[in-house]
Design a protein around this ligand. Sequence first.
Ligand code: PLP
Length: 391
Amino acid sequence: MVLSMSDKPRHFATRTLHAGDQFSVADNAIFPAIVTASTFIKRSLDEDTEYAYSRVGNPTRHAYETCVAALEQGAGAVACASGVGATATVLELLPKDSHVVVMNGVYGGTFRLLEDYRSQTSGLTTTYVDLNDLEAVAAAIRPDTRLIWIETPTNPLLHLVDIKALCELARARGILTCVDNTFCSPWNQQPINLGVDLVMHSASKYIGGHSDLIGGVVVAANAELLTRLRKISMAVGAIQGPFDCYLALRGLKTLDVRMERQCANALRIARFLEGHPQVEQVWYPELDSHPQQALCKAQMRTGGAVVTMKIKGDRQAASRLVEALSIFVLADSLGGVESMINHSWSMSHNSLSPEQKGRIGVCESLLRLSVGIEDHRDLIADLDNALRLSA
Ligand SMILES: *Cc1c(COP(=O)(O)O)cnc(C)c1O
């Protein structure tokens, strides 16, 4: 039997399992091999082999890229050494001295790359705006604006951006759009279907899903952008190695079932926290209390697996809470099968000044939960107990 993508059922869960299978046809294996070869042998000067050198192309990486591209409904993907490596690869598309409009409160690593490096080395200029304010976006756009960098939902307060509306505005002006889709994974949100040109992921989060790899990936909506990205990836060389591509591809096999459980757990937890006397506020896009619940329903499958809460009390209360938890672990990352908690003030947003933190709503009693696949009853009991002890 010869397998090809077109023979296959197209539903998301099936694509997570089988997009990329065609790379294992040669040896009949059920999973693509980890091809560690740096180079591939030609039998003659005239032979045109599919792969020549692994920085340029590698079968394991190609299988993984094919799967991610199929999930995001793009023309193809480029796997990079990390999420920020993927962002850097996207920024190479821009001519020097370009202007970029960026979502307010964008991921700290994106901000650092833009402000500490690309502004000095490539002459990039940036304007940070709330991308939901389309008038503010239109006002920020200049003749040299080449890219709008979208992140939705944002970290840690889970503000959403109307991707479709923004893409219409950008396309009319010939400006590229890129969504950092890390918090959603392709399971929850497929920005290319909403009109975006590029999707970027930190595969270190939901795509890998097991907190055991660092990786990034960029998906291009069309063949022209894909060709340019492949050339950049070859020229810059920040590629994902075959072992990590294997781990990421293996992670994708269970993306559908992981996300279903994680997001269902997250909704239950968000509802529980909303009714808890020790909790002052809960942010979760699927809740009635979220101001963008309608947008969540329009562009996301669920509210996601991240829940943010402000507890009653101060930093000491937050400190008591994290120390009293026995299932949720205090960690910087998110998106793994195990539940994690993050103190934005001292961890993810530590490099911001207290004023900057205040402006984006990060306070010392704010905690971000990355909900895993454990039994929701145990997770809720863990939170309930720790919240009581935090008082
Ligand atoms: C983690 C993360 C990144 C950076 O990815 P790395 O794999 O750590 O380089 C970018 N964007 C978001 C939203 C992230 O959470």
